[in-house]
Design a protein around this ligand. Structure first.
Ligand code: ADP
Length: 280
């Protein structure tokens, strides 16, 4: 972007010249393009369930009397299912936009054992229904980490939810948490806590592994009757970013997937970006 400004002689009140400022706005243009792309994707994703719901209602109101009781029930159930999908999508879009618009969150001492326990309680029934084993291996007396409880709960919910979705019956899902001394610069050579979510599911091919964190990306040729919005992992990545950390994965098709991330320990005057005053 080139900006031209007139420069006046203050005493005489006459034009002295023209000043030219050149600004690099590549990043701004890229961000605007990403935003437009996102809005267009959201609109597209919202239109599909809306169109389906409208078609079902139209058919029921026009031809309802010609349908059998079972057919009518099926139509209503599908419309209900589509409404759930729409709700999930709107919630995910709102979560993501809230995360992107607030630069920082206040991080506090979080008890991960409690958070993992809550995640297990949420999913235990679901796992049983799918004949999956859902376990935890949490180090006793795990130190508090520096984090945001509700946001981290959402991370766990999304990752464990995916593990349940993409693991066939008979599989095992394990949530692990342990602390160790890291050599990572990110934590200034101090200890951190690692959280891992492993499954024995269908796995993710190497060529898809980077893209799965993109908004709306869902691996092709999959049983996409499976519920999902393609936004879950973008939300996870965003939340882990807010904890000044990164999300990683190791996966093999047909064997399973492990997602993992590290979190700084909570101490007074301690933050992952500024470091800790006390040795851990
Ligand atoms: P979705 O709502 O589709 O689950 P996500 O952003 O959470 O969206 O995940 C994006 C895609 O990554 C999924 O559609 C799926 O193809 C793949 N994926 C995520 N987690 C797993 C997993 N544990 N095992 C296999 N594939 C996964």
């Amino acid at each position: 972007r080139v900006l031209l400004t007139q420069v006046f002689d203050q005493h005489r009140g006459t034009l002295k010249g023209i000043a030219m400022t050149v600004q690099d706005i590549t990043r701004e243009v890229e961000l605007n393009e990403a935003k437009s792309q996102f809005i267009s994707n959201v609109s597209h994703e919202l239109r599909t369930p809306l169109f389906n719901i409208k078609s079902f209602i139209e058919t029921l109101s026009e031809f309802g009397e010609d349908l059998t009781e079972t057919e009518r029930k099926e139509f209503l159930e599908t419309a209900n299912h589509e409404t759930d999908r729409l709700t999930r999508l709107v919630n995910d879009v709102l979560d993501l936009s809230r995360l992107e618009s607030s630069k920082t969150y206040h991080l506090n001492g979080v008890d991960l054992s409690q958070l993992i326990e809550q995640t297990l309680r949420t999913y235990q029934l679901n796992a049983k229904d799918k004949e999956l084993v859902l376990n935890k291996e949490v180090e006793p007396n795990l130190p508090l980490i520096l984090g945001h409880y509700d946001l981290l709960l959402q991370v766990m919910t999304n990752l464990v939810g995916n593990a349940l979705k993409f693991t066939p019956s008979g599989g095992i899902i394990v949530i692990r948490a342990y602390h160790f001394k890291t050599k990572s610069k990110q934590f200034n050579d101090k200890s951190c806590v690692r959280v891992e979510i492993s499954d024995t599911g269908i796995g993710i091919a190497p060529e898809d592994q980077a893209a799965i964190f993109d908004r709306f990306f869902r691996v092709e040729n999959r049983v996409h009757t499976l519920e999902g919005t393609g936004l879950g992992l973008s939300i996870v990545k965003n939340i882990i970013d807010k904890h000044h950390s990164q999300i990683h994965l190791i996966s093999e098709v047909g064997i399973g997937t492990t997602f993992w991330f590290d979190l700084a320990l909570y101490q007074d005057n301690c933050s992952p970006s500024e470091g800790c005053n006390n040795e851990t």
